[in-house]
Ligand binder design. Structure first.
Ligand SMILES: [Zn+2]
Length: 208
């Protein structure tokens, strides 16, 4: 009975209040990828929604983003997903779920530089594996996907705002404006300025 109470981790069942707190000892275990702590706790990273074993070789997270859990089930219940690399639940995260995490990250961060290595590190996989899996699931490479997200965002800016083309190129994460214009034209058949004019003309006609 006592063991059951401990596992279900109910209030007032004898588990100390600080059981799920970050301690210096735990932080050291995380930094040092210390496998001897693997069955004592799990750590989740709020910014990526992924949780790991202490031994995970992935990039050390920011301490303030880390949440401690005593079991993998608790981390899952709190909507964290098992890391692809250290497999804290000892099973594979399905590929489509893993890629969904990556695309979500891209949509939230496309305004800044995004490289495959950084993306792979954030998603806790190797760049090679990420590239292959991404292409399998989405039909295009991560780099192509990022570019699509950026160019589609540019369309929004062009029709919804009066920002200059230079400002828009910076806003969508392609700060090299001539390059941005070339990419845009290649993708949509018009330069950004032409696209804006066309959209405004269309809208004017619609409102007439
Ligand atoms: Zn991990």
């Amino acid at each position: 009975m006592e063991g059951k109470q401990q596992n279900s981790f109910q209030k007032g069942c004898g588990m100390p209040d600080n059981a799920t707190f970050m301690t210096n000892e735990r932080w050291q275990a995380i930094i040092n990828n210390d496998a001897s702590y693997n069955h004592q706790f799990f750590y989740a990273v709020k910014s990526t929604r992924i949780f790991c074993k202490p031994s995970c070789k992935s990039r050390v997270p920011k301490k303030e983003n880390v949440r401690i859990f005593l079991t993998a089930e608790q981390a899952l219940q709190a909507n964290f997903r098992p890391c692809k690399r250290c497999k804290p639940t000892n099973e594979e995260l399905p590929d489509h779920e893993w890629i969904a995490l990556v695309t979500e990250y891209i949509h939230n961060h496309f305004t800044k530089p995004l490289h495959l290595e950084a993306l792979a590190s954030i998603a806790h996989g190797s760049p090679y594996h990420l590239h292959r899996t991404f292409k399998k699931i989405k039909g295009i490479t991560p780099a192509e996907y990022i570019q699509q997200v950026r160019l589609n965002a540019a369309k929004e800016y062009l029709t919804q705002t009066n920002k200059t083309i230079t400002d828009i190129s910076i806003c969508v994460g392609i700060p090299n404006t001539p390059y941005f214009i070339t990419l845009f034209k290649k993708q949509f058949g018009h330069t950004p300025a032409q696209y804006r004019k066309l959209q405004r003309f269309k809208r004017k006609k619609e409102n007439q």
